[in-house]
Structure formats: structure tokens, C-alpha cells
Design a protein around this ligand. Structure first.
Ligand SMILES: Nc1ncnc2c1ncn2[C@@H]1O[C@H](COP(=O)(O)OP(=O)(O)OP(=O)(O)O)[C@@H](O)[C@H]1O
Ligand SMILES: [Mg+2]
Length: 368
């Protein structure tokens, strides 16, 4: 029987990990943990430290301080002089340049990690046949690696990364070399495989759609720091910073001033309207404080000027663009220009006054 720790304790923990290159801090006190069987994604712009974080985990770089723990074993802790070498960490890796060996067959490419670990020939045969089938390449074992399509080569790299049953699989932008259609197909296959094997995965990408579609949880990185960790819907709907909101999709931003009325609070958007602060957040802001209200464009409804109710802001239509599936209005309000989608039946002319209906449950209010 599994004890409670095995179920609830994370398999992987990063604690205040720091990495400097020269005088530049690349990884700045990063902490996160990954549960067993979890698909965990590091998401962030180019140069924010994603690959460096994976390299620290794989043992290809040494942290300057902090601790990395995998399955109860400390892998790196400079303060205590601990540093486990890469081949003793129980980690599988597949990087963007996944470099399968062109002169070897599919079988030998996949068998490689087992051969370097001195596994017996019979066991190698059994494991390779098993994972080649898992990734859907059965029958191609003797094919030369160069006689494979891009997607098949990707699968060989994946089979090679999981053949020694790692405790955690690291994937660094593994799909970025593939064309759009194949990338979407491999996304689905990879997710299905990860769930079937109940494998903990740390996935790196700068593609927010990929991160939202595949992950159990995402850590958004910015300049070597974790901005926010959460499920895709938590991050998309309740971003804690402007950076997270902008990075995960389009954001509507309006400025306003907080007015408090007992426990309730409102954001007065210049002379265009007012919005209720989301549930119970009145106490977080002071009377007269300047704030920004963030919202997703799809959570705003465009209504005719004649409608009048709470949580509405008045604006003027500046432009209407026909987008095929919907219309996109450019609406100016209280000094901001907002891009808001609307159904094709909601026709408002350029210059018309409209009301924008906000849903208080789906807005985020941040101090200016
Ligand atoms: N060996 C190194 N020596 C000095 N600087 C490095 C080294 N490796 C990476 N860097 C720098 O560290 C920063 C983070 O690099 P890293 O490769 O981790 O970024 P990334 O988030 O993976 O970016 P990308 O999305 O472009 O792959 C970059 O500014 C990079 O130039
Ligand atoms: Mg990288």
C-alpha cells in the first residue's frame, strides 16, 4: 500500500535556486514543485531562463545556491556540497535539437541510454520493443534514422527519453521543429502518453496555447523569476500581474479610482461608468487609490447605449473589423482604446455610443 507521503509529497522540488553566469543572475531564487504524474510547464519569453532551469535539473549546470530534490533524494545543494551527476539522477530528456543519431537504426537509437547503463541484451530488447510500441513506431525498429519523417524522428527521440523509465521527463520545446499540423497532433499524442504512463513531466515552451492546452499547472517565468504558478484557467482568469495577463493572451485594461462604500468597493472609470470590485476585495484597496482593471476581451459584452445598468462603461465605436467568425470593435473609453469581439448580429456603426458590460467575477484589479 502507498503511504500518504508517496501520494501527497511532490516528486520534484526546486527551492530558491539561483544561477549566475558571470555577474548576470539568470535564475533568481526559483521555487516550484511538481506532483507525481503531473504535466508541469515552464512558460516565458525568450531568454527568461527556461532552458537554464531544465539544465540545472538535469545536472548539466550547477546552481550557485538553493536546493533541488527528486523523489526524496537531494540532487543539488551547494551549501551542503551535494551535486549528483546527470547519469545518476533518473531523468529523461528531450531537447529542441533532439539529435537522434543518423547512422543508427531506430532500435539502436532507442537502446542507447540502456547500453550506457550496462543493461543486459535481453532486457534491452524487451524495453526497446515496449517503448517503440508506446510511441507508435512498431515495425520500424530496423529502419535507419534518416529514413524517417520529422514526426517519426520526434517519436524516436521521445522513446529514447523514456526507455530507462525516468522519474521525471524534461521536454524543452520538443515540438518547435514541426509544422503546425504535426505539432498539434504530437501535442495530443504526448499528453495522452504522459497520462497513460502517469509520468511527471517538466515541459518548456514560450507558446501560450501549447501551455494552456497541455499542462496541469504552469509556472510563468519572467527574467529568471516565477511570476505565478497555477492551473491554466487560474492563470488565464485570475492573473496576479500584468505580465502574466499579457503573456497568456489578449488583455483589456482600463484605469480608474477606487471608491469604498462599507465592505463594498467600486472602481470609478473616469466619467464613463463604474465597476464593482470582485467579491470581498473592497478592503484591499484604499479610498481614492488609482488602479487598473484587467479583463479578457471575450468577457465583455457590447450593448446599445440605451441599456443602463451596473458594471457598464460607456464608449464610442472607432472602427469595426469583419473577422469572419465575429466582428471586432475598436472602442474608445476613458482615454483607452479597447479591442472587443462581438457577434455578427450586434451591429453598431462607427461613431455610435455603446455600453461595455463587464462581469465582476472575471475582472482582475491591480494597484497602478
Ligand atoms: N552558458 C551561458 N553563458 C552565459 N549566458 C548564458 C549561458 N546560457 C544561457 N545564457 C543566458 O541566460 C539567459 C537565459 O537563457 P535560457 O537559455 O535559459 O533562456 P530560455 O528561457 O530557454 O530562452 P529561449 O526561449 O530563447 O530558449 C539568456 O540571456 C542567455 O543568453
Ligand atoms: Mg530555451
Amino acid at each position: 500500500m502507498l503511504d500518504e507521503d508517496t501520494v501527497t509529497k511532490p516528486i520534484l522540488a526546486f527551492t530558491k535556486v539561483v544561477k549566475d553566469y558571470g555577474t548576470t543572475r539568470i535564475v533568481n531564487e526559483i521555487s516550484f514543485s511538481v506532483a507525481r504524474g503531473e504535466f508541469f510547464t515552464l512558460l516565458g519569453p525568450s531568454g527568461c531562463g527556461k532552458t537554464t532551469t531544465l539544465r540545472l535539473l538535469a545536472g548539466l549546470e550547477e546552481p550557485d545556491s538553493g536546493e533541488i530534490e527528486l523523489d526524496g533524494q537531494c540532487l543539488a545543494a551547494p551549501a551542503r556540497g551535494v551535486l549528483v551527476p546527470p547519469d545518476k539522477r533518473g531523468i529523461g530528456m528531450m531537447f529542441q535539437s533532439y539529435a537522434i543519431w543518423p547512422h543508427l537504426s531506430v532500435f539502436e537509437n532507442v537502446a542507447f541510454p540502456l547500453r550506457v547503463r550496462n543493461v543486459s541484451a535481453a532486457e534491452i530488447r524487451r524495453r526497446v520493443i515496449e517503448v517503440v510500441e508506446i510511441v507508435g513506431l512498431q515495425g520500424l525498429e530496423e529502419r535507419g534514422a534518416t529514413q524517417l519523417s520529422g514526426g517519426q524522428q520526434q517519436r524516436v527521440a521521445l522513446a529514447r527519453a523514456i526507455v530507462h523509465t525516468p522519474k521525471v521527463l524534461l521536454l524543452d520545446e520538443p515540438l518547435s521543429n514541426l509544422d503546425v499540423k504535426l505539432r498539434e497532433q504530437m501535442r495530443l499524442e504526448l499528453s495522452a502518453l504522459q497520462k497513460r504512463l502517469n509520468l511527471a513531466v517538466v515541459y518548456v515552451t514560450h507558446d501560450q496555447d501549447e501551455a494552456l492546452a497541455m499542462s496541469d499547472r504552469i509556472a510563468v517565468l519572467n527574467k529568471g523569476q516565477v511570476e505565478q504558478v497555477g492551473s491554466p484557467s487560474e492563470l488565464y482568469e485570475h492573473p496576479r500581474t500584468r505580465f502574466v495577463s499579457d503573456f497568456l493572451g489578449r488583455t483589456i485594461v482600463v484605469s480608474g479610482t477606487v471608491r469604498r462604500d462599507g465592505a463594498d468597493g467600486f472602481v470609478v472609470v473616469r466619467d464613463s461608468g463604474s465597476l464593482s470590485l470582485p467579491g470581498g476585495r473592497g478592503h484591499e484597496f484604499s479610498q481614492g487609490q488609482e488602479v487598473r482593471v484587467l479583463c479578457r476581451p471575450e468577457d465583455i459584452t457590447v450593448l446599445p447605449a440605451t441599456a443602463c445598468g451596473p458594471n457598464q462603461v460607456t464608449g464610442q465605436v472607432g472602427r469595426v473589423a469583419y473577422m469572419g467568425s465575429h466582428l471586432e470593435y475598436t472602442i474608445s473609453t476613458a482615454g483607452s482604446c479597447l479591442q472587443v469581439p462581438a457577434g455578427k448580429r450586434d451591429l453598431y456603426a462607427v461613431g455610435a455610443t455603446v455600453r461595455l458590460q463587464f462581469d465582476p467575477a472575471s475582472i482582475t484589479v491591480l494597484a497602478q
